[in-house]
Design a protein around this ligand. Structure first.
Ligand code: RTP
Ligand code: MG
Length: 139
Protein backbone atom coordinates (compact mmCIF):
# COMPACT_ATOMS: atom_id res chain seq x y z
CA UNK A 1 0.00 0.00 0.00
CA UNK A 2 1.55 3.30 -1.08
CA UNK A 3 0.93 6.02 1.53
CA UNK A 4 2.60 8.67 -0.63
CA UNK A 5 0.10 8.73 -3.52
CA UNK A 6 -3.27 10.29 -4.15
CA UNK A 7 -5.71 10.39 -7.04
CA UNK A 8 -7.32 13.52 -8.50
CA UNK A 9 -9.71 14.61 -11.20
CA UNK A 10 -10.02 18.08 -12.69
CA UNK A 11 -13.82 18.16 -12.90
CA UNK A 12 -15.95 19.19 -15.94
CA UNK A 13 -16.50 22.76 -14.69
CA UNK A 14 -12.78 23.53 -14.39
CA UNK A 15 -12.04 21.90 -17.76
CA UNK A 16 -14.85 23.86 -19.46
CA UNK A 17 -13.65 27.11 -17.86
CA UNK A 18 -10.12 26.66 -19.22
CA UNK A 19 -8.36 25.91 -15.91
CA UNK A 20 -6.54 22.65 -16.76
CA UNK A 21 -3.16 24.36 -17.23
CA UNK A 22 -3.41 26.55 -14.12
CA UNK A 23 -4.50 23.66 -11.91
CA UNK A 24 -1.76 21.31 -13.15
CA UNK A 25 0.71 24.17 -12.58
CA UNK A 26 -0.53 24.66 -8.99
CA UNK A 27 -0.26 20.91 -8.36
CA UNK A 28 3.30 20.58 -9.65
CA UNK A 29 4.40 23.83 -7.94
CA UNK A 30 3.13 22.36 -4.65
CA UNK A 31 5.62 19.52 -5.07
CA UNK A 32 3.46 16.73 -6.42
CA UNK A 33 5.00 14.44 -9.02
CA UNK A 34 2.69 13.25 -11.82
CA UNK A 35 2.68 9.44 -11.96
CA UNK A 36 -0.20 9.11 -14.44
CA UNK A 37 -2.32 11.61 -16.41
CA UNK A 38 -5.34 11.22 -18.71
CA UNK A 39 -7.85 13.49 -20.52
CA UNK A 40 -11.08 11.51 -20.74
CA UNK A 41 -14.84 11.54 -20.15
CA UNK A 42 -16.91 9.45 -17.75
CA UNK A 43 -20.16 7.89 -18.97
CA UNK A 44 -23.05 8.21 -16.50
CA UNK A 45 -22.60 4.52 -15.74
CA UNK A 46 -18.87 4.89 -15.02
CA UNK A 47 -19.44 8.02 -12.90
CA UNK A 48 -22.07 6.11 -10.90
CA UNK A 49 -19.59 3.32 -10.33
CA UNK A 50 -16.82 5.71 -9.30
CA UNK A 51 -19.09 7.45 -6.75
CA UNK A 52 -20.89 4.26 -5.57
CA UNK A 53 -19.73 5.08 -2.01
CA UNK A 54 -22.09 8.11 -2.10
CA UNK A 55 -25.08 6.16 -3.48
CA UNK A 56 -27.34 6.84 -0.48
CA UNK A 57 -26.47 10.56 -0.26
CA UNK A 58 -29.06 13.12 -1.44
CA UNK A 59 -26.58 14.66 -3.91
CA UNK A 60 -25.64 11.36 -5.63
CA UNK A 61 -27.75 11.77 -8.80
CA UNK A 62 -26.66 15.38 -9.34
CA UNK A 63 -23.03 14.38 -8.74
CA UNK A 64 -23.17 11.54 -11.27
CA UNK A 65 -24.89 13.71 -13.84
CA UNK A 66 -22.40 16.57 -13.35
CA UNK A 67 -19.32 14.32 -13.45
CA UNK A 68 -20.45 12.79 -16.75
CA UNK A 69 -21.41 16.15 -18.31
CA UNK A 70 -18.06 16.83 -19.97
CA UNK A 71 -14.40 15.82 -20.19
CA UNK A 72 -12.21 15.56 -17.10
CA UNK A 73 -8.51 15.14 -16.37
CA UNK A 74 -7.61 12.17 -14.14
CA UNK A 75 -4.21 11.83 -12.45
CA UNK A 76 -2.21 9.87 -9.90
CA UNK A 77 0.06 12.14 -7.85
CA UNK A 78 2.98 11.43 -5.54
CA UNK A 79 4.27 13.37 -2.54
CA UNK A 80 5.01 12.59 1.12
CA UNK A 81 1.73 12.56 3.05
CA UNK A 82 -0.06 12.93 -0.31
CA UNK A 83 -3.69 12.52 0.81
CA UNK A 84 -3.60 15.23 3.47
CA UNK A 85 -1.24 17.54 1.54
CA UNK A 86 -3.46 17.40 -1.53
CA UNK A 87 -6.67 18.02 0.40
CA UNK A 88 -4.98 21.06 1.95
CA UNK A 89 -4.03 22.27 -1.53
CA UNK A 90 -7.58 21.96 -2.91
CA UNK A 91 -9.44 23.37 0.13
CA UNK A 92 -12.90 22.71 1.55
CA UNK A 93 -15.59 20.88 -0.45
CA UNK A 94 -17.67 24.07 -0.54
CA UNK A 95 -15.55 26.70 -2.33
CA UNK A 96 -17.26 29.43 -0.28
CA UNK A 97 -15.50 27.91 2.73
CA UNK A 98 -12.19 27.10 1.00
CA UNK A 99 -9.09 28.89 2.32
CA UNK A 100 -7.44 31.70 0.34
CA UNK A 101 -5.07 30.41 -2.34
CA UNK A 102 -6.56 26.89 -2.49
CA UNK A 103 -7.55 25.43 -5.85
CA UNK A 104 -11.27 25.39 -5.03
CA UNK A 105 -11.16 28.96 -3.74
CA UNK A 106 -9.49 30.09 -6.97
CA UNK A 107 -11.30 28.03 -9.61
CA UNK A 108 -14.57 26.60 -8.20
CA UNK A 109 -18.01 28.21 -8.35
CA UNK A 110 -20.21 25.97 -6.15
CA UNK A 111 -20.25 22.86 -3.96
CA UNK A 112 -21.43 20.82 -6.95
CA UNK A 113 -19.05 22.30 -9.52
CA UNK A 114 -16.02 22.39 -7.23
CA UNK A 115 -13.18 22.08 -9.78
CA UNK A 116 -11.26 19.09 -8.41
CA UNK A 117 -11.52 15.74 -6.65
CA UNK A 118 -9.02 14.49 -4.09
CA UNK A 119 -8.95 11.00 -2.56
CA UNK A 120 -9.87 10.83 1.13
CA UNK A 121 -7.73 7.82 2.16
CA UNK A 122 -4.81 5.67 1.01
CA UNK A 123 -7.21 2.82 0.33
CA UNK A 124 -9.48 4.97 -1.86
CA UNK A 125 -6.51 6.52 -3.67
CA UNK A 126 -5.46 3.02 -4.70
CA UNK A 127 -8.99 2.03 -5.78
CA UNK A 128 -9.58 5.30 -7.68
CA UNK A 129 -6.21 5.21 -9.45
CA UNK A 130 -6.86 1.61 -10.50
CA UNK A 131 -10.27 2.70 -11.86
CA UNK A 132 -8.56 4.88 -14.51
CA UNK A 133 -5.02 3.61 -15.04
CA UNK A 134 -3.37 0.33 -15.99
CA UNK A 135 0.15 -0.49 -14.78
CA UNK A 136 1.75 0.53 -18.09
CA UNK A 137 0.18 4.02 -17.90
CA UNK A 138 2.13 4.89 -14.70
CA UNK A 139 5.63 6.36 -14.72
P1 RTP B 1 -14.23 15.03 -3.67
O1 RTP B 1 -14.57 13.63 -3.27
O2 RTP B 1 -14.82 15.47 -4.98
O3 RTP B 1 -12.77 15.34 -3.56
O4 RTP B 1 -14.90 16.02 -2.61
P2 RTP B 1 -14.95 15.89 -1.05
O5 RTP B 1 -14.23 14.67 -0.57
O6 RTP B 1 -14.52 17.20 -0.52
O7 RTP B 1 -16.52 15.70 -0.81
P3 RTP B 1 -17.40 14.36 -0.73
O8 RTP B 1 -18.11 14.37 0.57
O9 RTP B 1 -16.55 13.17 -1.06
O10 RTP B 1 -18.46 14.59 -1.86
C1 RTP B 1 -18.17 14.32 -3.22
C2 RTP B 1 -18.67 15.46 -4.08
O11 RTP B 1 -20.07 15.53 -3.99
C3 RTP B 1 -20.49 16.88 -4.02
N1 RTP B 1 -21.21 17.21 -2.82
N2 RTP B 1 -22.30 17.90 -2.84
N3 RTP B 1 -24.64 19.29 -2.10
C4 RTP B 1 -23.89 18.76 -1.16
O12 RTP B 1 -24.15 18.83 0.02
C5 RTP B 1 -22.71 18.04 -1.56
N4 RTP B 1 -21.86 17.44 -0.77
C6 RTP B 1 -20.91 16.92 -1.56
C7 RTP B 1 -19.28 17.75 -4.11
O13 RTP B 1 -19.08 18.12 -5.46
C8 RTP B 1 -18.18 16.84 -3.63
O14 RTP B 1 -16.94 17.19 -4.19
MG1 MG C 1 -14.57 12.75 -1.36
Amino acid sequence: MSTNRTFTMIKPDAVANGHIGSIVNDITKAGFKIIALKYTKLSAEKAGEFYAVHKERPFYNDLVSFMSSGPIVAAILEKDNAIEEFRNLIGATNPAEAAEGTIRQKYAKSIDANAVHGSDSDENAQIEGDFFFSADERF
